[in-house]
Design a binder for this molecule. Structure first.
Ligand SMILES: Cc1ncc(COP(=O)(O)O)c(C=O)c1O
Length: 378
């Protein structure tokens, strides 16, 4: 099989990540922060290393404010639920993932929250001033999907961060698709809440994500054991304990650290390769009269398109069953962007490229799509 579904989860993983997870499982799979024996202390050190490296990478001053979660969905739930203000207003965009849209919909019921969804332009770019115009006296939070998981467009978070700061509104960035492709500086970009995940652009394992908290505090949404102050039945208040109840995914956290190191070392090489491969795919798709491409520019390797007269799921199934190629169809968990593009009924086919794809695979993908159009559209 040839894999072009990397924005869902990257495959393959670097050898250093596999080695790190294996070592964690075989050599020090004890519970960090839950004992004073040597193995627990080693595991704690490894988790702390990852916390420090993530804080440094995103320029977050306090590593204690790096919170581990099960993935970007949980990070977004924690950030949005944990900062919820009764009767407040949220400004967000039509490009958001359901992990944002469904969470704020829940808040309309539990916290009487209202929200505004800002439209992008035809290229999928949000005008930061449209965000500013949507701010009301009740607005306490701006949420922006940095890079769209449907069409790959990337937002100017630096400008939006400036606007958030000017209006004293919290700024939350969903970095699920941009991390590993864009440099994010939480201080320069005025980001209060940054949500990310290991298993996409950081080439780490599934099952671990993170929320980085800058210049604000949020309430827990999960309660339980933290390994500290066990005599008290009250949730501790300091970070990270207050927001990290229960045994965490230690081997995955260690794998995330290895993935982060891999990406830091090869950042330019990774992104140059993704750019080259994506450019070739985009050039080809744009040259086909029977294909409509919805991506104009992609730094993260996400390309959305439709084949005229074919449902996206038919294209996905043909590519899988006839040509052995894995891509994604449907709505990619982001229904509002499809509403905006007018693609709700048929969905879009999404190709997403990683550092581990090759030009040979891209050539085979192009040849297969050409063949598919010739056979199935005549
Ligand atoms: C933009 C965006 N946000 C959030 C998520 C959820 O991430 P996770 O799968 O790590 O929960 C995804 C996953 O595809 C995504 O693309």
């Amino acid at each position: 099989m040839i894999y072009f579904d990397n924005s869902s989860t990257t495959y393959k993983k670097p050898k250093c990540v596999i080695k790190a997870v294996k070592k964690a499982l075989t050599k020090y799979s004890a519970n960090p922060g839950r004992g004073s024996h040597n193995l627990s202390l080693i595991a704690s050190d490894k988790v702390l290393d990852t916390r420090i490296n993530l804080a440094n990478y995103f320029n977050l001053p306090n590593f204690e404010n790096v919170i581990f979660t099960s993935g970007c969905t949980e990070s977004l739930n924690l950030a949005i639920m944990g900062s919820a203000k009764k009767n407040g207003h949220i400004v967000t965009t039509m490009l958001e993932h359901n992990s944002v849209l469904r969470t704020i919909t829940q808040l309309t019921k539990t916290h009487n929250i209202t929200y505004t969804l800002v439209n992008p332009n035809k290229e999928g770019i949000i005008n930061p001033y449209d965000i500013e115009k949507a701010i009301t006296p009740k607005t306490y939070l701006i949420i922006v999907n940095h890079t769209s998981n449907v069409i790959g467009s990337t937002q100017d978070i630096n400008k939006i961060g400036e606007i958030a700061k000017k209006h004293k509104v919290l700024f939350l960035v969903d970095g699920a698709q941009s991390i590993g492709h864009e440099q994010i500086d939480m201080q320069k970009d005025n980001i209060n809440l940054l949500c990310g995940t290991a298993h996409k652009g950081l080439y780490g394992p599934q099952g671990v994500g993170f929320l980085l908290i800058n210049n604000t505090s949020i309430s827990p949404i999960k309660f339980g054991g933290t390994g500290t102050n066990s005599a008290s039945i009250i949730q501790p208040t300091g970070n990270p304990e207050s927001l990290e109840s229960g045994t965490g995914p230690t081997p995955n956290i260690i794998g995330l650290n290895a993935g982060l190191e891999f990406v830091c070392k090869k950042f330019n090489k990774i992104n140059l390769k993704i750019k080259k491969l994506s450019f070739k795919i985009l050039n080809y798709l744009n040259s086909e009269s029977k294909i409509k491409v919805y991506t104009t520019n992609t730094k993260s390797g996400v390309i959305g398109f439709e084949v005229k007269d074919l449902d996206s799921s038919e294209v996905v199934n043909l590519l899988n069953n006839v040509y052995g190629i894995c891509v994604r169809g449907g709505l990619q968990c982001a229904p509002k962007v499809h509403e905006f593009l007018g693609t709700t009924k048929q969905g879009l086919v999404r190709i997403s490229v990683s550092y581990f794809n090759t030009m040979h695979e891209v050539n085979y993908l192009i040849k297969s799509i050409k063949n598919l159009l010739k056979i199935y559209l005549n």
